[in-house]
Design a protein around this ligand. Structure first.
Ligand code: PAF
Length: 272
């Protein structure tokens, strides 16, 4: 596996691959890779000629009071994980944005609720960095985990609206043995917080199983079960628009974010 730290070299490499007619796959990450990230690499590997994983902790998507400076980092462990998953090139840019960078990609509507409402500027930061990753790597296909369900919806909207030549593939959420959704931020949890955090997925699964109950009753059931310091939201939403639904008519999703101290944990499940 090759490691590139220069954005200019990455641009040159992807142009060369394109000229040779190779199909390029991209797994964008912020590092501190876990089994969830690895499952994305494993899913994409057989679909492409060259598999690129990017590792960049993107400052644009962190708010001023968020954990950018203490975001967990383990570049050596990450390189080993990529190698084991058959990644051809690990792109870890030292500087990713040019000095006079002045473009922002903003997707409206679908970003107005949930994470978008609670983290102003977050999705602009995500869409902007991902758009540049698509340009730099010339990816034909890129994979994003369903764990960040709204992020996936935002990026799909961006690709469609801007007619970007990249296919977006969703990767199923991966859980730890105890059921907690895998996240690089799980390392922040104390033993006690982690135990209480298990009520998040337990509540979601109970809401999923309560097929005879109305949306309102399922939400009440979920709220009773969740033990967290602050429930940022628990919502039943349309699987595409992410607008809240009062009755189940088509594909829907339950989204939840609970806080444990300063750590926000996201989870979601399919309904129906
Ligand atoms: O999901 C993430 O890790 C990040 O939001 C992403 C897509 C790599 C953009 O920085």
């Amino acid at each position: 596996m090759e490691i590139l730290q220069s954005t200019e070299e990455m641009i040159a490499r992807s142009r060369a691959w394109k000229a040779e007619g190779r199909r390029i796959g991209l797994v964008p990450t912020m590092g501190y890779l876990h089994r969830g990230h690895r499952s994305l690499m494993a899913l994409l590997r057989p679909q492409v000629d060259v598999l690129v994983t990017s590792l960049y902790v993107n400052p644009l998507q962190f708010g001023p009071k968020e954990d950018f400076s203490r975001y967990p980092r383990d570049p050596e462990g990450d390189a080993r994980a990529c190698e084991a998953e058959g990644v051809d090139l690990l792109f870890m840019p030292m500087t990713f944005f040019p000095a006079n960078f002045r473009t922002q990609v903003a997707v409206s509507g679908i970003t107005s609720r949930w994470e978008g409402a609670l983290r102003p500027g977050h999705f602009e930061g995500v869409a902007t960095v991902v758009a540049r990753f698509f340009g730099v790597t010339q990816a034909d296909v890129a994979i994003f985990g369903e764990k960040d369900y709204q992020q996936l919806a935002v990026l799909r909207a961006m690709v469609r609206d801007l007619a970007m030549k990249v296919e977006i593939v969703p990767g199923p959420l991966v859980r730890d043995d105890d059921g907690l959704a895998l996240s690089s931020r799980n390392v922040y949890l104390t033993t006690e917080q982690r135990k209480r955090a298990l009520t998040l997925h337990q509540a979601l699964f109970a809401m999923q199983a309560a097929k005879e109950k109305s949306v309102e009753e399922r939400l009440a059931l979920g709220r009773r079960m969740i033990d967290c310091d602050q429930l940022d939201y628990l919502a039943v939403v349309d699987a595409d628009s992410l607008e809240p639904v009062e009755q189940l008519q088509g594909p829907a999703r339950v989204l939840v974010v609970g806080r444990y101290g300063a750590t926000r944990l996201l989870d979601n499940v399919e309904l129906q």
